[in-house]
Write a protein that binds this ligand. Structure first.
Ligand SMILES: [Zn+2]
Length: 48
C-alpha cells in the first residue's frame, strides 16, 4: 500500500506547483498542463 500513498503525494505536488505558476510573458495565471509541459492559455507561451 506504500505505492498508493506515494502516488497520491505525487499528484498533490503537481497540483500545488500548477497553482503557483504564472506566465512570465503576460502574467496570466491561467496555465494548462499538457504533454508534460505547462502552457499559458492566454498567450500560448510554453513554460519550462
Ligand atoms: Zn502568457
Amino acid at each position: 500500500m506504500a505505492y498508493v500513498g506515494g502516488n497520491v503525494r505525487s499528484l498533490e505536488t503537481v497540483k500545488r506547483e500548477d497553482l503557483n505558476r504564472e506566465c512570465p510573458d503576460c502574467g496570466s495565471k491561467d496555465i494548462e498542463y499538457a504533454n508534460e509541459e505547462f502552457y499559458c492559455k492566454k498567450c500560448g507561451l510554453v513554460l519550462d
